[in-house]
Design a protein around this ligand. Structure first.
Ligand code: FES
Length: 188
């Protein structure tokens, strides 16, 4: 107990030594805690503002690039879609177009018409499939759905229609002749 008291007295003595040693400097350089807190808040607000602006500009840049990519037009070669001529109504087959890496889906609707789309969902690129029961394209990832005859979004999170692959009937065969990003449908 005695030792504890001595320690406390020593700490208080040390503190009073420090206070008296720093007093002249505090008079020369007055320090207001509240002011510092305000500066700190101001700096923090500035930091938040700059960070928000940077994020906003970054997001805008990505959106602009995505819009540009979606709208750029390219020329495509014609390619026969193997097996399409024997495709039953209300069914689909997968193919690739224009390159092996571009998976696509051909649908033959109940009326016998052919429609083809890029297989990547326009939400987060999951592959869509044709639901014969619902006669529409569905995305298994977040329950998005697209119209089989137009590629338009029926419901769910996809922000735009599927990319369209143009098809032509040539002597009973089905050919892919072009691919259009869905944003082009609204551009003219
Ligand atoms: S990836 Fe298709 S709905 Fe999300």
């Amino acid at each position: 107990m005695k030792n504890l008291n001595e320690t406390i007295q020593k700490v208080l003595r040390d503190e009073s030594d420090v206070r008296s040693a720093t007093a002249p400097f505090q008079a020369d350089f007055p320090y207001e805690h509240d002011e510092e807190a305000q500066v700190t808040r101001r700096e923090f607000c500035n930091f938040l503002g700059l960070t928000s602006a940077a994020l906003f500009l970054g997001a805008g840049g990505f959106a602009t690039k995505a819009a540009f990519d979606a709208r750029k037009s390219e020329s495509f070669y014609a390619a026969r879609i193997e097996g399409a001529e024997t495709l039953a109504r209300n069914s689909s087959l997968n193919f690739s177009y224009p390159t092996e890496r571009d998976s696509a889906i051909l649908i033959r609707t109940q009326d016998g018409a052919y429609h083809a789309y890029g297989q990547k969902c326009t939400h987060l690129s999951c592959p869509v499939y044709y639901s014969r029961d619902h006669q529409r394209l569905e995305c298994p990832c977040h329950e998005g759905a697209f119209d089989a005859a137009t590629g338009n979004v029926l419901y769910g999170p996809p922000p735009r229609p599927l990319d369209t692959i143009e098809v032509e009937l040539r002597g009973g065969q089905v050919w892919a002749t072009g691919r259009r990003a869905s944003a082009d449908e609204h551009a003219s």
